[in-house]
Design a protein. Sequence first.
Length: 631
Amino acid sequence: MSNQRLSGKLAVILHADVVGSTSLVQCDERLAHERIRDSFRRFGDTISAYSGKVHELRGDALLAEFERASDAVSAALAFLAAQHEYNRRLDDEIRPELRVGVALGEVIIADNTITGEGVVLAQRLEQNAEPGGLCITPAIREALPRRLPFELENLGARKLKGFDDPVGIFRVALRPGAVMPVPENAPAATKKAARPRLKIAVTVLLLSVFALGVYLYKIDRQGVATKTPETVTVGSVDKPSIAVLPFDNMGGDPEQEYFADGITEDLTTDLSKISGLFVVARNSAFSFKGRSVDVRTVAEELGVRYVLEGSIRRVNDKIRINAQLVDGVTGGHVWADRFDGVMADVFALQDHVNKEIVAALEVSLTAAEKRNLDKVETASPEAYDILLRGVEQYQRFNAQSMVQARRLFEQAAEIDPGYARAYANIALTHATEVNFYWSLDREESIRQGLYYATRAMELDDSIPQIYMTRSSLYLSQRQHQAAVEAARRTIEVHPNYADGHATLAFILSYSGQLEPALEALDRARQINPRSTGVYLGIEGRILFLLGRYEEALVVLENSVERNPGFDRTRLHLAATYVELGRLDDASWAVEEALNINPDLTLEVERRDALYMRQSDVEHYIEALRIAGLPE
């Protein structure tokens, strides 16, 4: 045994293995070994470029050590991408495909041999990765800077050989259209050359990523699983809690998906207006759309006791709704039923479902709530159907779909001039165009938005979106007090409306009421546990204004990761970096914002800043000046 002293330490360990190496060797032993060695040689070069150190090459496996998690993950993804291209060019079946695991753990180094729990953990992670894939532990995930262009999918906790407790595992991949981070020790010319490619990649990315509203949701249908869900404890509220899962479209026509989603959303809205129920927000429940999940898992992740699920079959004018209420703790059925009718009965069918749930949960209704359940929005099934088509367009959330949504809402209002919800949604489209600078005539959009909101309110003053729209439009006119009053009215009308509370937080933050804004945001998150990156953006900006920069940094980096197309969030991240003395990161964040919107300047930001307090404006602008935003 060597007299060399054992060296124990905490390290980032990368373990890689060739998938199916035995089969490759059986095809052609000489060629297979040659290509495996060549693959490991190139992987070793990549590891060195990212400041890592290869410790062992053991047949068809490689072991390396890094000081930083970001370097290990970047090296792994860079090599896996290069290996994919390498294999694609081969004209035979001897294609070495690797999988990689990266873990943080204690290791012992002796005679250049590395052993210990960290090595075993990295190896077990690698065995859980798909061919050509990378898996990491939660500790590595937490150590990754949020600015890096990585997608992470939570695979959950798994039992790994040699470990008593289940281990959390995340799958990591490069975000589509993104450019791999350049090694910090790469030549300056290499880094400089990467910047144009980054701008192109961001431009491409923006074609598929759209901002979501201050008061609405954005469901990332492709990437829901990449975000770690925020969970609350079942039974954390003192009333029956329920989540309405997206009803399955069983009609066989994909074009009817909008109808199933619309019915689901309306059931959610109607139930959430009942004071004796706690109903999780629509977009939190819709994060499970298209996924086969156990109801008890849904209940645990969303923090509810009951889950409503079902299906809708629509064939021509006929409708069938199957619904069941499930206890999220026991998995047992509380209630189930089937309802048949025609389009003319659609509101009666929804009303029947709502009343059956209320009865099953023994919830007492106030006189006003009974009237609301009996209320019919429109006597025209055609107007309702067109409105649901408009909602589907609206939720695509881009400038073009906003125009199309408004046309459909206008059609619904033409069919039924007394349809308050149609007018409220017309107002909503105008407000959204103002908020996201999609309007070609900002002042006219504000005027139209307020006009249609008022018209809707004259017909039905119980629609919360009316007041939410007015609050955002008042803020755009810098009428802070009127905006706050309208935002408060939103949640008076609908106390269980998550985006109403988030809008109140947004308005209060610009009105200088920062602590109350955080309280409103906490309430929004309770209702919407899988809140979108917009909530994070609001919170990060508030924390920045409060001078809580370390907290703001974590929140804003998370927001940017989840919504990479938000230019203003990147600017607030840049301002936060400045306050923390991280000027290089601040400059990078400004550059990323300019890649998204080249028209951003200090003059534009000062002009568009909606803060009531001039000190908040100067706080923000001065930090951006230091970060390098042009005049």
